[in-house]
Ligand binder design. Sequence first.
Ligand SMILES: [Zn+2]
Length: 253
Amino acid sequence: MERIHPDSRTIIERLDTKGRVHRSGGGAARAEQKQASRTAARSDTASIRGREMRSRGTTQAATEPTSVPAERRPVTYSLNDRTDTASNITSTTGGPASSSIVGALTEINNGAGQTLVNTTLQQTSATRAANDGTNLISFVQGNYRFNKNTIAVNISFTQGTSTVDSDTLFNPRMAFSTDDSGAVEQKTFDVQGIATHELMHSVGVPHITTNTQATMYPSASRTDDVRLRTLEPEDRAALQTLYPVPPPPPPTI
Ligand SMILES: [Zn+2]
């Protein structure tokens, strides 16, 4: 069983189809994390349940910004090893899901103007969100009990203002594709677009409501989510606020 650091908390960001977004943190999430590790010790199919599951339609403001400290960067992610056969990925005309994830990570580095994240994915058999040192990305059933309208969830574990672990789970009963156009694309959620949104959360970027075109705008639709692959100026500014681009070295003479 994992130990709970006194300053640690869990931030859960859930992206829904209907624009309802939940961000929970602080004491309730800490209790949720304790509950998760308790139940995880009993059963591999234990579900994380938390305040955000019970407070539909409400948004809880973040308490303070969090970011990944320099010594933990670039952040390395591990893709669940059953992704290629995941039943919720209904078409891969646009390429394997792993390539879509790499595309999302590449866009985050481009937007940050520096290498925040490692664009080489590790593989893992893990399916559960946990503060275990593995930054999991998974499409298969794990320990999160999804609402039927929830597309994906990012669960970040923090200590103080530092993100120490961050896991992204896609709803196993929602249809995704890697297609960038066509009939299937219009009826499914875009792996790369949704991944870009969730992985931005994993490095601490909150929602942006000032531009409806922003990747970090808090809702997504099946017909208009391929554009989430491309960060808008507000998304890039949020990244660069959290991670200031180092100035170039002075010229040598
Ligand atoms: Zn979100």
